[in-house]
Design a binder for this molecule. Structure first.
Ligand code: NAD
Length: 335
């Protein structure tokens, strides 16, 4: 079967493609990516060597291109990563978020439905297993205080243009199941980290600035908490939901690894002190900067549904995953 993956030149998509090609040699993948600033062809050097992999340079907002690709490759599955994903950019330039995350998702979903279904609840012959997996985020649930966890029942309360655009796309995906009986599944995941993440995100920024002897910028008082998940654990969860998840359901994925930003900066500095020592500790470079407007205080995921129903478990905790991540970035930055 041939599967359409969108946004596979980005951080999670490219890690997923490597994971999926290795673990599912019977499937072929077509990766549709418009190569925005966030997509990097270098993330796909391993995939490019695999005969089951094809890259298409194109935009998910281009409906006629998506229709053409469905006709050519007869996709029986879609795993949809493509998005504008950086909250800071959604504050300075939100329109790309609405285009890609809302309209782009709608295009993909609608073309998939038309390719797989004759009418509401009438699946075309040969497409009974065809499934649309939508990758979303825990940010759709808004923010938490000191206590509590996001479950699949938590009401949506997105606070940034990014999370609002993702929430909108989640609702459109949900409606295609309830209205048309389409086989959709959605995953809502916490913050990922690991190899191939774009330099603009928190953990690569801390590592890069530390190594360049620059200030390591930490928003506000550094007490904001995220539930960090090593990207390979996320990929395993996506694969499980795609193959075993129940149609119409959503699954929260999170590592039960709540850490605040200041702790993260300090741990990275400690590991760099060991691996690339210099005269003073890297933690001397940590500097607090003006907080992001609307900065959510805390995200934390209750992943018990995917653990119970699909047998998923995060294998890395933050302290083991961050060592692997730093080792990868040291190679990238030639240190
Ligand atoms: P990323 O920004 O690293 O990659 C996004 C990819 O999508 C890039 O390759 C980019 O070129 C491509 N893209 C953007 N607009 C496109 C368009 N219009 N058409 C085709 N391709 C386009 O993002 P990521 O961190 O890998 O996130 C992937 C998905 O996972 C997103 O949907 C995001 O909302 C979700 N998510 C991310 C995290 C995280 O911590 N990174 C956590 C939870 C959920």
């Amino acid at each position: 079967m041939t599967i359409l993956i969108t946004g596979g030149a980005g951080f999670i998509g490219s890690n997923f493609i490597d994971y999926f090609l290795t673990n599912n040699p019977m499937h072929e993948i077509v990766n549709l990516d418009s190569l925005t600033y966030a997509g990097d062809p270098l993330n796909l050097v391993d995939a490019n060597r695999n005969p089951n992999y094809t890259f298409i340079h194109g935009d998910i907002c281009n409906r006629s291109l998506i229709e053409e690709l469905f006709n050519k490759y007869d996709f029986k599955g879609v795993i949809h990563f493509a998005a504008e994903s950086h909250v800071d950019n959604s504050i300075s330039a939100p329109s790309a978020f609405i285009n890609t995350n809302v309209l782009g998702t709608f295009n993909l979903l609608d073309v998939s439905k038309n390719h797989w279904m004759d009418a509401p609840n009438q699946i075309k012959e040969g497409y009974a297993e065809s499934r649309f997996l939508h990758i979303s985020t825990d940010e759709v649930y808004g923010t938490l205080g000191d206590e509590g966890l996001f479950t699949e029942q938590t009401p949506y309360a997105p606070n940034s243009p990014y999370s609002a655009s993702k929430a909108s796309s989640d609702f459109i995906v949900r409606s295609y199941h309830h209205t048309f009986g389409m086989n959709v599944v959605t995953t809502n995941c916490s913050n990922n980290y690991g190899p191939k993440q774009h330099d603009e995100k928190l953990i690569p920024t801390i590592i890069r600035k530390a190594l360049n002897n620059e200030q390591i910028p930490i928003y506000g008082d550094g007490k904001n908490i995220r539930d960090w998940l090593y990207v390979e654990d996320h990929c395993k969860g996506i694969d499980l939901v795609f193959t075993k998840g129940k149609a119409g359901e959503t699954y929260n994925i999170g590592g039960n690894n709540e850490r605040n930003n200041l702790y993260i900066a300090n741990v990275i500095c400690e590991i760099l002190d060991e691996l690339v020592p210099k005269s003073s500790s890297y933690n001397q470079q940590i500097a607090f900067v003006k907080d992001r407007p609307g900065h959510d205080f805390r995200y934390a995921i209750d992943a018990s549904k995917i653990e119970r129903e699909l047998g998923w478990r995060a294998q890395e905790n933050f302290e083991t995953g961050i060592k692997k991540t730093i080792t990868w970035y040291l190679k990238k930055y030639n240190k």
